[in-house]
Design a protein around this ligand. Structure first.
Ligand code: SF4
Length: 426
């Protein structure tokens, strides 16, 4: 075991020595994105691994060490970490854990501290926890977000969103079963090589990669796209994680619909926008505000190019973030930014306006912020968009898959009926 070092507040640090010797474990939150994020980290000299266990019963480990009024995503993520450490798959003296921290007003910002408390209770307090965040919280001598790593993480998010969009538009229509999966495997092999290349990437190289991805998907032989579309919105973990949402994407595709999941990068742009809103309304550094504007502008320039390439190849592309942000004007104030806040409502409006009026809103039990911006907005959305067909699905510690599936099936059968009638409301 490496020498343990603490900061002045008693926080266990991830040191240079640990960087060389330790494995960094990360929870699988978004399967389309996190593999690439891990590749980006590893190409910068870390040894990171994703925890891919998908057995919902690991939540019991979370329940043992986390207070029972905590959110389900915290129980699952912490349960997954402790389960992996206790099962003996990893040497607890040679691992560190990493969690994304947004710094927003919700309990998610405190998952790191709750995880440390849980590790202490589980007699694993020698395991350091790293915060991955864009705001410089909790510095560690052995983990530095360099410009090159930042660039690679940015590319990983762009590629993850592109892969998700193209997969969801292709897989339900493939003529030869498994063709989309094979394309993904081929692209993943190229991406592994891409991340391995150690330098700050010019857009030219990323552009070539994006075009390769799009062309590879375009080469898949498909039937015409004519299925009802069902959007997935909700709390970020249960929205993207198959562990958190009982493999919702797979369930919906088996029901014969096309799934539309909004880009993960929008969540990052949403948290950046919230910093700007806070500084404008409550004061703060002007320089910081302009820095966030610049970051959003930079990301959107790159995303704009990908959107253009997707549309030119005959795929649908997500709308620009600026447009997404405008959708809630007159519906909800942007000060509502705990949890997924105004973004969740904006995504529902976007889906309804762009051909996916059928929506599953994934809701961790007891998640107050998302209760307000999801369920709390259903009535308003129904009055604005009578064709909307939205269902809220609760995910809790004793989640009954049967109940969830029954409610989803009801929404899907309405979706098929409306689709057959050409989009009329039920
Ligand atoms: S958004 Fe909901 S689930 Fe996520 S931390 Fe906040 S309360 Fe918990």
């Amino acid at each position: 075991m490496a020498t343990l070092e603490y900061d002045e507040d008693g926080r266990l640090l991830f040191t240079e020595e640990m960087r060389r010797e330790y494995t960094i474990l990360a929870p699988q939150m978004a399967p389309y994105h996190f593999d690439y994020l891990i590749q980006a980290l590893n190409s910068e000299g870390y040894n990171a691994e994703l925890l891919k266990s998908e057995d919902y019963s690991l939540i019991h480990e979370g329940m043992k060490y986390v207070h029972n009024d905590m959110c389900i995503p915290a129980m699952l993520v912490i349960g997954q970490f402790i389960d992996a450490l206790k099962r003996g798959d990893y040497d607890p003296d040679k691992v560190a854990l990493i969690l994304v921290q947004t710094g927003g007003g919700c309990r998610a910002s405190n998952y790191i501290k709750i995880l440390r408390k849980a590790l202490e209770k589980a007699r694993l307090s020698q395991v350091p926890v790293i915060s991955l965040n864009p705001r410089g919280f909790e510095k560690n001598p052995g983990f530095k977000i360099t410009p090159r790593l930042l660039h690679k993480l940015h590319d990983a998010m762009l590629f993850g969103d592109t892969m998700m969009n193209l997969t969801l538009q292709t897989r339900p229509y493939e003529k030869e079963a498994g063709a989309t999966k094979r394309a993904k495997e081929e692209i993943d092999a190229r991406l592994a090589d891409y991340f391995e290349h150690r330098r700050i990437f010019t857009w030219r190289r990323a552009k070539r990669m994006v075009h390769f991805i799009i062309e590879r998907f375009r080469a898949i032989d498909t039937h015409p796209r004519n299925k009802p579309k069902v959007g997935i919105v909700g709390e970020i973990y249960v929205k993207y994680s198959p562990l958190g949402n009982n493999s919702l994407e797979e369930t919906l595709e088996k029901e014969g619909v096309e799934v539309v999941t909004p880009p993960l990068y929008d969540f990052f742009l949403y948290t950046s926008t919230n910093r700007i809103i806070d500084i404008s309304r409550y004061g703060g550094s002007r320089l910081e505000k302009w820095l966030w504007w610049f970051i959003i502008w930079y990301v959107e320039i790159r995303r704009g190019k990908i959107r253009k390439a997707m549309r030119e190849a005959g795929f649908e592309a997500p709308i620009p973030f600026k447009q997404l942000k405008k959708l809630v004007d007159g519906v909800l104030d942007k000060g509502a930014h705990a949890g997924e806040g105004w973004l969740l409502t904006a995504e529902m409006i976007d889906l309804i306006e762009h051909g996916a009026p059928n929506i599953v809103s994934t809701q961790p039990f007891g998640c107050l912020p998302n209760h307000i911006v999801a369920k709390g907005m259903f009535k308003k959305l129904k009055s604005l968009y009578p064709e909307s067909n939205v269902v809220a699905i609760d995910y809790d510690t004793s989640a009954s898959k049967i109940n969830q599936i029954n409610r989803i099936n009801l929404m899907v059968s309405n979706a098929f009926r409306n689709h057959a009638r050409g989009g009329e409301q039920t």
